[in-house]
Design a protein around this ligand. Structure first.
Ligand code: ADP
Ligand code: ZN
Ligand code: ZN
Length: 735
């Protein structure tokens, strides 16, 4: 008789392989179900990995018991991932067809991924001692210690609050602490609270939306909050969050990458009166882990975060909000290609809580669901606080002379804005000096050697940079083909527009905001604060399209609309319409009436005409009808298999094999699939690698996923798989 099989651990590891891995438990540890959800350190090949125990049980008969290796250590006393979050991560792995171990690695902050213990999160605060109160009048006004002492007054203020309120407070705390004038104290749950600033009286549409959310706090309810820019959506979120907190539940708010500003956090905190935890890529690793731990322990009651915050533990969840739900930054474009809005919906269902999707320009997916009655739908149709919607003027530039892409009519309008002491924004979604360097004599243009793309001209024509692979070169003085000196930058980016404005308005204050001038999040804040409310002109890309309230901004000029009208991606019209509405929404947010100028060679283009006549809802209705007729999302569901390799032929060979395998699977299941490709990717070569793709689409999502369930595991074993880097993209956003 053979001995009974030894119980072992089934572990998900962060490696690009679809299976789980079996290990014996560490010496002296019993492999029981209580280990599920705990992290373990295990040997893997010649190195070690940290994985998650998925379950425990006898090793499968196919595994040679002699070959089983022993895990090195169990890293958690209690499961780190359990219950709903563990189920959600398993769903993400299944739906996006990524290994569970990779999904877990995506969900965890760096230190936890690496195996560090869950950090301490006892909240601390600061208060002045009696001696400190006595010494306070003697502190020199305007110094950091004085500001710190003023902020404390007679209260105990949480460190999280000081972090947000008073940059640099720690040095002041050290100074006063050293003199015995201030002291650090552990806070129990309730302190850290400050008086909540009362909300403005909600206007009728807001009140209606707010009561809709309040009526659905007891279970899963997806709610689309469609409200024009400045209509007061944030006040509706705040009302819902306050109601959720009053019931003793946690709230999670997702915001787009550039929407998470200190302004946003300060607004939430002062209105809610409790610490608001932030979670975004700008935080240090330790801070991310601490925020995650505070959520897991229920200490964090309100979390505001970007994409990956959708994976925080919410043991007492009551509400999820996804602000600007249409925003592209919710889709992760590498690694595990999840969509945070969609994961938020799945979590809300699993948690039994409402999820509010807010936008002035909802994605066609969400709008379709709302129109089909699958989501509740609240609308805010007018701006809050007395601001009126901006007027739109189309500037037809056919046959007009342009200066760096700017028409005389547009320049006149800027002149007029400055004369009135107001601010204008010139929006151009292209950074650099010019998109192309062209030889006027022979037609040569500067192309990236490693990409199918032209190099962008920077530094007033002095430098060439590829925006796709980062390659840099000095701009040639003479044409490499014909030797001519007639090299000319074609078109205009923000840098060239800014130069043209400097020449035209030498006296005016200007500020250029793009990834060239403003790499870091706080640099944007600083630049805008310096610019202040003085009259002047802002020039910028997408970075300026949202997030910031600029009360003196009354004119927004959009140049380069036409570039967006000619893209091959079926989502391009949707993106362009969203961008135009969002940029236009910057104008006239306060009491002064705003104006938006659209400069175009296609004043009669149906997209512009519809958008101007009927706004985003009219555009969306038309676009949805087109999508339905063409069998495109949201009426069909897509999956993209991408492959790339240095070897030109390999991606197509791999995709060809994948296509063969697919036919067998689809036929076996009787699923009607549309398969396109293998085709070259829109940029067929990038960073020296050939790229191709295979597009699958089907009317039925369950049928499509049934095929994927069988097909994707087989991709790992295709003959050409080792010759390529491949990825699967479910619900791709860029085709
Ligand atoms: P959105 O999120 O829809 O763009 P916000 O919530 O930021 O809009 O509101 C836009 C502006 O209107 C903000 O300055 C806000 O303080 C103000 N506001 C919102 N609701 C009201 C209201 N009911 N009464 C007065 N002002 C309001
Ligand atoms: Zn030439
Ligand atoms: Zn390149």
């Amino acid at each position: 008789m053979s001995p009974p099989p030894r119980p072992c651990l089934r572990v998900a590891l962060p490696v690009p392989l679809p299976q789980l891995f079996d290990y014996l438990p560490p010496e002296g540890v019993e492999a029981g179900p209580r280990l599920a959800g705990c992290r373990v350190r295990v040997p893997f090949g010649q190195s070690e990995r940290v994985g998650i125990v998925v379950d425990t049980g006898p090793a499968p008969a196919t595994v040679d018991p002699q070959a089983l290796r022993r895990a090195l250590a169990v890293l958690d006393d209690a499961p780190l991932l359990a219950g709903e979050l563990a189920e959600t991560l398993a769903w993400v792995a299944r739906y996006y067809h990524e290994p569970l171990g990779e999904v877990v690695a995506t969900a965890l902050p760096g230190p936890l991924r690496a195996g560090d213990p869950l950090p301490e999160t006892t909240p601390f605060g600061w208060r002045l001692t009696e001696a400190g109160q006595l010494a306070r009048p003697r502190l020199r006004a305007g110094t950091r210690p004085a500001a710190f002492a003023d902020r404390l007054g007679t209260e105990t203020v949480a460190e999280a609050v000081l972090d947000a309120d008073l940059p640099g407070w720690r040095s002041a705390a050290r100074a006063l602490g050293g003199r015995g004038h201030a002291e650090r104290v552990a806070l129990d749950g309730a302190t850290g609270a400050t008086a909540a600033r009362p909300p403005p009286p909600l206007h009728p549409e807001q009140a209606e939306a707010a009561s809709l959310v309040r009526a659905h706090l007891d279970g899963f309810a997806p709610i689309l909050l469609e409200g024009v820019t400045g209509s007061g959506k944030t006040e509706v979120y705040l009302d819902a969050i306050a109601a959720c907190l009053a019931r003793g539940r946690q709230a999670l708010v997702l915001v787009p990458e550039i929407g998470l500003t200190p302004q946003t956090l300060a607004r939430f905190r002062s209105r809610l009166g409790i610490p608001v935890h932030a979670l975004h890529s700008g935080l240090a690793d330790g801070e991310r882990a601490a925020a995650w731990a505070a959520c897991a322990r229920g200490q964090a009651r309100v979390v505001v975060g970007t994409r990956s915050a959708v994976f925080v533990p919410l043991p007492e969840a009551g509400l999820i909000v996804v602000d600007e739900e249409h925003d592209a930054s919710y889709k992760q474009q590498d690694g595990v290609r999840y969509h945070a809005r969609d994961v938020a919906l799945v979590r809300a269902r699993a948690l039994g809580v409402p999820v509010v999707l807010g936008s002035a320009t909802p994605s066609l997916e969400s709008l379709h669901n709302a129109l089909a009655g699958r989501y509740l739908h609240a609308r805010l149709t007018r701006r809050a606080g007395g601001a009126t919607a901006p007027a739109v003027r189309v500037i037809d530039v056919r046959k007009r002379r342009l200066e760096a892409g700017l028409s005389e009519e547009l320049l006149q309008a800027l002149d007029d804005t400055l004369a009135r002491g107001e601010q204008a924004l010139v929006f151009k979604n292209r950074r650099g000096y010019a998109p192309v360097l062209l030889c006027h004599d022979c037609g040569w243009s500067a192309q990236c050697r490693r990409c199918d793309a032209p190099m962008t001209v920077h530094a007033r024509g002095g430098r060439l940079i590829c925006h796709h692979c980062g390659a840099r070169a000095a701009a040639p003085r003479a044409c490499p083909d014909c030797g001519s000196l007639a090299l000319q930058p074609q078109g205009a980016g923000t840098e060239r527009i800014d130069d043209a404005l400097a020449a035209r308005f030498p006296e005016a204050l200007r500020l250029r905001i793009d990834r060239g001038t403003t790499r870091r999040r706080d640099a944007l804040e600083r630049h805008l604060a310096e610019f202040g409310e003085r009259p002047g002109i802002l020039v910028g890309t997408q970075m300026l399209a949202k997030g910031h309230d600029l009360p003196q901004l009354t004119r927004v000029a959009v140049v380069g609309v036409d570039e967006g009208l000619h893209s091959s991606d079926f989502r391009a019209p949707e993106r362009l319409a969203q961008l135009l509405i969002q940029v236009a929404g910057r104008a006239g947010r306060a009491q002064r009436k705003g104006e938006v100028l659209l400069q175009t060679h296609h004043p009669d283009h149906p997209l512009l005409a519809t958008l101007l006549a009927g706004g985003y809802p009219a555009f969306a209705a038309l676009e949805l009808a087109d999508r339905e007729a063409a069998g495109l999302p949201p009426y069909a569901h897509m999956v993209l298999l991408r492959a790339e390799a240095a070897d030109e032929a390999a991606p197509r060979a791999f995709l060809g094999e994948a296509r063969e395998a697919l036919h067998a699977d689809a036929e076996a299941r009787g699923v009607a699939l549309d398969v396109h490709g293998p085709l070259p990717a829109p940029m067929a070569r990038r960073a020296g690698r050939a790229r191709a793709q295979l597009l699958l689409s089907a009317r039925s999502r369950p049928a499509l996923h049934a095929v994927l369930d069988a097909w994707v595991p087989r991709l790992y074993g295709l003959p050409s798989v080792r010759r390529v880097r491949w990825s699967i993209d479910v619900d791709p956003q860029d085709l």
